[in-house]
Design a protein around this ligand. Structure first.
Ligand code: SF4
Ligand code: SF4
Length: 92
């Protein structure tokens, strides 16, 4: 059976040059457990201990919407990428 990583490897992206995921770094510094680093299936969020900030690899977002509800107090601004950009799903 394929792992999530194997399946994600098959997904195509057309990355935008601007992020569609806006985090509030002041709140991220204080955020208990930083759940986004665990629930995002595409591992978009990483806590950088040296820089003391969340790194957001928005180019790999599969637009599942989980961080829209999973971020405590909804501190993360979430929207779809601009038209034509982002994950390219095949239907049919
Ligand atoms: S869950 Fe929200 S507030 Fe917490 S680290 Fe992630 S983006 Fe920041
Ligand atoms: S929408 Fe889904 S894949 Fe994209 S950053 Fe949020 S949790 Fe990760």
């Amino acid at each position: 059976m394929s792992s999530i990583e194997d399946k994600l490897f098959l997904v195509k992206f057309k990355p935008d040059d601007r992020t569609h995921l806006i985090v509030d770094q002041d709140h991220c510094k204080e955020c208990k457990g930083r759940p986004c680093t665990m629930f995002c299936p595409a591992q978009v969020y990483h806590w950088d201990e040296t820089e003391q900030k969340i790194l957001v690899a928005y180019e790999g977002c599969i637009e599942c919407g989980s961080c829209r509800i999973g971020c405590p107090d909804l501190l993360l601004e979430w929207r779809y990428p601009r038209g034509g950009f982002g994950v390219q799903y095949k239907f049919g």
